[in-house]
Structure formats: structure tokens, C-alpha cells
Design a protein around this ligand. Structure first.
Ligand SMILES: [Fe+2]
Length: 364
């Protein structure tokens, strides 16, 4: 049994009404306004409307800005106290994120693990996902819980991955989907030093393009070949693409949990999850804020395909040293959020390492 199997699923009333109001105001001012500015800028340049994706580290940046915001400091202390009391000691918050769901906006459409959990060699981390506001959406996102999917979790084991379910009903019985193992490595250590950062960005573009193209190629092959021939190919060459086909007949059973404003859902590190993707009515929406929490342990490897890492690597104050303990940024005294100086080259390389697009619309 995994050490995190006994974690509570919901921390009821983790935040009170005043905290929730404060965070809703924070979202409107610091996140939504920023999105609207970017959208106006894109419209003025005749570019397509940018996606309102997950935003990382906005709370941390504000926590270390002047004048100090005591309301936010109180919220962070509350989170640490609840973690210590209800989930155990020795944990640190590694990042914060916003989740904004509307009929047009699905923040995380793939079934996935958060690869950032796997940077420190301990596998008992969790996310606290706190519901702040909603219209007819008093529930969490979707989770493949282990109790209902034991066979799937035997295959998944203890690695970070994504799951691409087969949408073609003719093929889904013989191969219900593919598991992709997220690449984590030590070479992204080069991102953590100013003088090797450009080289890391060049390598990052190469690696990301390789994953994107190679997996799209394999998915194309899956569409073209009969399942037996595809399985044969994967038996001999699947390791090369970090893809594993699921066995015939395996059913994927999703769960979602009822929640009230101020409640926090505990997502365990190894749980595959995705944003719920029902067709919403025009008035429906849901706002949540989350923190990722890991046992404080030495860094063993880096994630380079995830959006949180991409944001973290923009700031020298958020460096992670290989072999060093995960820093406790949220309880540090003062961080200077001055970003790395940028050049035309680094801006172009940064833009080229947007999150790896896995598969295509049919396989999402
Ligand atoms: Fe996630």
C-alpha cells in the first residue's frame, strides 16, 4: 500500500469565507486582468486569442512583493498548519496555480500526472486544490482513483505519465489507450545557471520537438495499423517513444468529488487526473486555486516539459540545485523576482518550448 493511500480526500472548510473572498479578489486583479491585457494585445496584432491556461507562482510572487500582504501571509500559514496537522510533517509547498473552468476553457485536457512531483525522489506528495467560486459546478475535476482502477495502477507503477485514451470505438476494446512516460532528466540542470541557460534552452527545444514529433508519429501509426500489428511494433520499439499500450478490455473509471467553497481536495501524487470535460452551459464556471506539496528531500532530477517548470526557470531566485534540499520558497524571508535578462534569442527559444503538444484533437 502506498504511504499516501490514507490521506483524507477533502479538507472541509480549509479556508473561511474571508479568505475565499480575498483570493477571488486576488484572481480578478492579478490573473484575470493580466489575461485580458494579453488578449487585447493579441487582438490589436490580429493574432488568435491566447488560451487562459494554468498560471503558476502568482501567489508566491505577491507574497514576496512590497508592501507585505498580511491577508496572503495568513492564508499561507493556514495552508501549512493544515498540511502539518492533517497530512504530516516535513512537507514544503513548491508552487501555486490557478484553475479557471468555463465553457470555453479547459485548463488541463489530458489525463496526466503532474511531472513536477517526481523531482525529489519521494512519492508521497499531493496537491491541495481549493474551490473558491462556481456556478452549478460544486465538484472537483476528474480523477482515476486507484481503488476503482487497480489494473491500471499496476501498469502505471511509480512513474510520471500521461494517458491517451483511444477514441475510436472499433479500436478501444483491443487497445483502450496509451501511457506516455514523462521525460525527467538531469541535463536541465543547465537551466539553473545563467551562463549555461541558453544552451539548456537550445537543448530544450530539441528534446521537446523530438517528443512531440515522435509521439505524433506513433499515434498516426496506431490509427493506420491493425491493433495486433501496432502492438508488435510497440513490443520491439515502444521504449524509444516512452509509450506503453494498455491491455485489451481495461476500463478507465473516473471519479469526481462534491465540494463547497473553501474546501480543499487532496490529489495524491500518483493519481492520474484531468479537467472534467462535460459540455457546460453558458452560465457555468468554476474557480480554484491550488498548491503542490512535496516532502522536503534532495532534488534528483528535473522536469522540462511541464509548464510550472517553465515558469520557475524564468526567475534566478527560484533555482533548484541538483542534490540540494527542495527550497521552502513560501516560508523564505525575501525573494527577488527579477527575471533573467532576456535577448531576442532567449525570447525566441522560450516561445519555442511551450508545453509539448501530445497527440491531436482526436486523442485528447
Ligand atoms: Fe495536473
Amino acid at each position: 500500500m502506498r504511504p499516501s493511500a490514507g490521506y483524507p480526500r477533502i479538507l472541509e472548510g480549509l479556508l473561511d469565507a474571508a479568505d475565499v473572498e480575498y483570493l477571488k479578489g486576488f484572481f480578478d486583479l492579478q490573473v484575470k486582468t493580466e489575461w485580458e491585457k494579453n488578449e487585447a494585445l493579441a487582438a490589436s496584432r490580429n493574432q488568435p486569442k491566447p488560451r487562459r491556461s494554468l498560471e503558476y507562482y502568482t501567489l508566491l510572487r505577491h507574497l514576496h512583493s512590497e508592501p507585505r500582504d498580511h491577508s496572503l501571509e495568513r492564508v499561507v500559514s493556514k495552508l501549512y498548519a493544515a498540511i502539518e496537522k492533517q497530512l504530516g510533517s516535513g512537507f514544503v509547498i513548491v508552487h501555486d496555480f490557478w484553475s479557471w473552468r468555463t465553457p470555453e476553457n479547459v485548463p488541463a485536457e489530458f489525463i496526466h500526472h503532474d511531472p513536477d512531483f517526481w523531482v525529489a525522489g519521494r512519492h508521497d506528495g499531493f496537491n491541495l486544490w481549493i474551490l473558491l467560486d462556481h456556478a452549478d459546478m460544486s465538484h472537483s475535476f476528474d480523477i482515476l482513483v486507484e481503488e476503482k482502477n487497480p489494473k491500471l495502477y499496476e501498469i502505471v507503477g511509480d512513474k510520471a505519465g500521461r494517458l491517451l485514451p483511444e477514441r475510436d470505438p472499433k479500436k478501444s476494446q483491443s487497445c483502450p489507450g496509451l501511457l506516455f512516460w514523462d521525460p525527467l532528466s538531469r541535463w536541465p540542470l543547465l537551466y539553473e545557471r545563467p551562463w549555461t541557460r541558453t544552451l539548456a534552452m537550445v537543448l530544450g527545444v530539441g528534446f521537446n520537438k523530438f517528443w512531440e514529433k515522435s509521439q505524433q508519429g506513433v499515434l498516426q501509426l496506431k490509427r493506420l495499423l491493425p491493433t495486433w500489428a501496432f502492438r508488435c511494433f510497440m513490443f520491439f520499439a515502444g521504449w524509444c517513444f516512452r509509450l506503453t499500450p494498455l491491455p485489451p478490455g481495461l476500463e478507465l473509471r473516473m471519479d469526481r468529488f462534491k465540494m463547497k467553497e473553501g474546501d480543499a481536495l487532496v490529489l495524491r501524487q500518483y493519481e492520474l487526473h484531468t479537467t472534467d470535460q462535460d459540455q457546460l452551459q453558458s452560465h457555468q464556471f468554476r474557480l480554484a486555486v491550488g498548491v503542490k506539496v512535496l516532502r522536503q528531500a534532495p532534488i534528483t532530477q528535473y522536469c522540462y516539459t511541464g509548464p510550472a517548470s517553465r515558469t520557475r526557470r524564468s526567475y534566478p531566485c527560484l533555482r533548484w540545485g541538483l542534490g540540494e534540499l527542495l527550497p521552502d520558497f513560501y516560508r523564505a524571508t525575501k525573494l527577488d523576482f527579477k527575471p533573467y535578462p532576456s535577448t531576442f534569442l532567449t525570447r525566441a527559444l522560450f516561445a519555442a518550448t511551450a508545453e509539448v503538444a501530445l497527440g491531436d484533437a482526436e486523442t485528447r
